[in-house]
Design a protein around this ligand. Structure first.
Ligand code: APR
Ligand code: PHB
Length: 389
């Protein structure tokens, strides 16, 4: 078969790119390793920067997000019982939207089905060929049949464990990584959120996050050792520990209930350079990973898609042959800014095993600095709502 862009990966990155390309009449095929049901079963963060919201609207997929998403004009940073509110709207003139990544992906799949675009699920043995030349192609197996996709470009949107990044010769790519000495134990519960806004809590016992999906569905996390297993944590043990890490007034009022999902995720910072190799372009988790503290995973995937879409639009509509060469450097410039912010938020709010009492005092002083300094709050707010593309 022949298409203009072969997109490997049917997660948010791949689907959003496919929808944007369709909006300018460029054909794309999506190859996804899992079933659609499996992709939609993933529980992922859903704090959307304005840039992401606008891309969804530009792709014609923003209606339900605008209808059901929750605008958040601020967030709370707490240190034991001390509360510092970061007022996004006053400090930046804008806000974020809370709308689950699962819902984003659901909307993108529905839109793709509506346009009748080709999406192959449960594919195996995806291989990327001849991206160094001007006639790349991708082969894959589905139900025992091998298929070949001739294309102009390959978009590697297949996440951290995909094949695209590996297609860049090992001696030609440089990988930058930091692993954090703890994980996040996450719980989803059918209970009302602990507060109207998210609470990022540092405490003498470690980090906690109170988030939500909607008025009836809450998402909580506590920092835990990577050696912990889910079976080590009963629901009661989780709620008790969470309550000890957030302000006591919130802890006393919050509603707890049975967990409907419980998982432990590692935290890592990771960047692959370059983000393009010939006619192969890496987007999203295929190229970079951030610790979730700054809610930048999905939002950095979005800025990659913005840059790649703009380059492809210039290539196909303006016949600008140089546009595609700009993708990698442009995307990486913003990737490193979100890497910095995610690392900074993680360092500010978590306990590190090797930390001394001096380090703990520095963290407390950093949060006091935020409390007392509106310009420090503005810097945090500008990064959180999303730096310009
Ligand atoms: N062939 C086809 N599809 C693949 C392959 C492969 N070899 N390997 C992985 N995939 C699919 C995965 O099944 C997944 O559905 O690629 C998709 C990649 O999606 P994500 O991992 O969600 O990555 P991305 O689309 O870049 O979205 C980034 O997702 O993981 C979160 O925190 C991350 O919020 C961020 C967002
Ligand atoms: C979530 O709701 O899952 C979430 C929100 C904000 C974050 C991380 C996760 O920074």
């Amino acid at each position: 078969m022949r298409t203009q862009v072969c997109i490997i990966g049917g997660g948010p990155s791949g689907l959003l790119l496919g929808q944007l390309l369709h909006s300018i009449g460029v054909d794309a095929v999506v190859l996804e390793r899992q079933t659609q049901e499996y992709v939609l079963s993933r529980i992922r963060a859903g704090v959307l920067e304005v840039g992401f919201q606008n891309l969804m609207r530009q792709a014609g997929v923003g209606a339900r997000m605008d209808r059901e998403g929750h605008v958040h004009n601020g967030t709370l940073i707490t240190y034991n019982d001390e509360r510092v509110r970061i007022d996004f709207s006053t400090l930046t003139g804008t806000s974020v939207m809370v709308y689950g990544q699962t819902e984003v992906t659901r909307d993108l799949y529905a839109a793709r089905a509506e346009i009748g675009a080709k999406t192959f699920h449960s594919v195996e043995n995806v291989e990327i060929h001849d991206v160094e030349g001007d006639a790349p192609y991708v082969t894959f197996d589905q139900d025992g049949v091998t298929h070949r996709v001739e294309c102009d470009f390959v978009a590697g949107c297949d996440g951290f464990h995909g094949v695209s990044r590996q297609r860049i010769p090992k001696d030609k790519r440089k990988e930058f990584e930091r692993e954090y000495p703890f994980g996040w134990l996450g719980v989803l519960s059918r209970t009302p959120p602990a507060d109207e806004e998210l609470i990022y809590a540092n405490s003498s016992r470690g980090f906690a996050l109170c988030s939500m999906r909607n008025a009836e569905l809450s998402r909580y996390y506590i920092q835990c050792p990577m050696t912990d297993r889910i079976e080590d944590w009963s629901d009661d043990a989780f709620w008790d520990e969470l309550r000890r890490r957030i302000p006591s007034e919130t802890a006393e009022q919050m509603v707890t209930g049975p967990s409907i999902e419980k998982s432990i995720a590692p935290l890592r910072s990771f960047v692959c350079e370059p983000m393009q190799w010939g006619r192969l372009f890496l987007c999203g988790d295929a190229a970079h990973i951030v610790p979730p503290t700054g809610a930048k995973g999905l939002n950095t995937a979005a800025s990659d898609i913005h840059y790649l879409f703009e380059a492809m639009r210039a290539h196909y509509l303006d016949h600008d042959a140089s546009a595609m060469d700009q993708y990698g450097p442009r995307a990486l410039a913003r990737v490193w800014k979100t890497q910095r912010f995610s690392w900074w938020m993680t360092t500010l709010l978590h306990h590190f095993p090797e930390q001394s009492d001096f380090d703990h005092h520095i963290q407390a002083a950093e949060i006091a600095h935020l409390r007392d300094n509106v310009e420090a709050q503005r810097v945090l707010a500008k990064n959180y709502v999303g730096l310009p593309y």
